[in-house]
Design a protein around this ligand. Structure first.
Ligand SMILES: Nc1nc2c(ncn2[C@@H]2O[C@H](COP(=O)(O)OP(=O)(O)OP(=O)(O)O)[C@@H](O)[C@H]2O)c(=O)[nH]1
Ligand SMILES: [Mg+2]
Length: 196
C-alpha cells in the first residue's frame, strides 16, 4: 500500500483534544521503546513522521495522524517504563481509559510487542484489557531483525496461552520492512469492517 498523504493532526491529553468527526480509527499500543513510532514510519514510508527516540517513554501524549484525509492512526503513549513515577503511571492509565471508552470509531488496536521477548506481563494485561473492552487486537512482534528463529517461535507460541491463534501474529521489522504488507492487509480489513 502506497500512502500519499500523512498529516500530523495533534497531540492530545484530554478528551477535548480528540478529533470529533467519525473517521475510522486504528490505534497503536505497546511498551515504551518497543518501536511503535518506527513501525508507523515504516508503514507510511515516511522517515521521521512519527517521532522516534532512544529515550524510552518520550511519547507521552496521544498522537493523532490523518491518513489520506480518511483514517486516523493513533500513536498511543508507551507503558511499562520502570523509571516512570507512580503518579505518571496513574495518569497514563486514566488517559488510556478515557481514550478507549470515548472513541466509538475505533476499529481496533495494533498491539506491538518485542519479537525477542514475546508477550510480557504488561502486554498480557493490555490484551486482557482490550478484550474486556470488546476491542479487536492485532498482535505484532517487531524488531524481528534482532530475534532468532527460536525466539520468534516462542513469541508466537506464547499467544496461544492468551487465547490468540499464533497464526494471527504479524512478524515485523522497521529496519528491514519485513511484515509491512502483511500488517497493511490486516489493518485494511479492520478499517473496512463495519462498526459494530
Ligand atoms: N533493530 C531494530 N530497531 C528498531 C526497530 N524498531 C524500532 N527500533 C529502535 O528502537 C528504538 C525505539 O523505537 P521507537 O520507534 O522510538 O519506539 P516507541 O515505542 O515509539 O518509543 P516511545 O514512544 O518512546 O515509547 C529506536 O532506537 C529505534 O531505532 C526494528 O524493527 N529493528
Ligand atoms: Mg513513540
Amino acid at each position: 500500500m502506497k500512502i500519499r498523504r500523512v498529516e500530523f493532526l495533534r497531540s492530545a491529553v484530554t478528551r477535548e483534544d480528540f478529533p470529533s468527526d467519525h473517521l475510522p480509527e486504528v490505534a497503536f499500543a505497546g511498551r515504551s521503546n518497543v518501536g511503535k513510532s518506527s513501525l508507523l514510519n515504516t508503514l507510511w514510508g515516511r522517515r521521521g513522521m512519527a517521532r522516534t527516540s532512544s529515550t524510552p517513554g518520550r511519547t507521552r501524549t496521544i498522537n493523532f495522524y490523518l491518513l489520506e484525509g480518511a483514517y486516523y492512526f493513533v500513536d498511543l503513549p508507551g507503558y511499562g517504563f520502570a523509571k516512570v513515577p507512580l503518579k505518571m503511571r496513574r495518569m497514563w492509565r486514566r488517559m488510556m481509559e478515557t481514550y478507549f471508552r470515548s472513541r466509538g470509531n475505533l476499529r481496533g488496536v495494533v498491539l506491538i510487542m518485542d519479537a525477542r521477548l514475546g508477550p510480557t506481563e504488561l502486554d498480557r494485561q493490555m490484551l486482557e484489557w482490550l478484550d474486556a473492552l470488546g476491542l479487536k487486537a492485532i498482535p505484532v512482534f517487531t524488531k524481528a531483525d534482532k530475534a532468532s528463529q527460536r525466539e520468534l517461535a516462542q513469541a508466537r507460541a506464547a499467544l496461544r496461552s492468551l487465547g490468540i491463534s499464533p497464526e494471527e501474529a504479524v512478524i515485523f521489522s522497521a529496519k528491514t520492512g519485513q511484515g509491512k504488507a502483511h500488517l497493511w492487509a490486516r489493518i485494511g480489513k479492520l478499517l473496512q469492517a463495519k462498526a459494530a
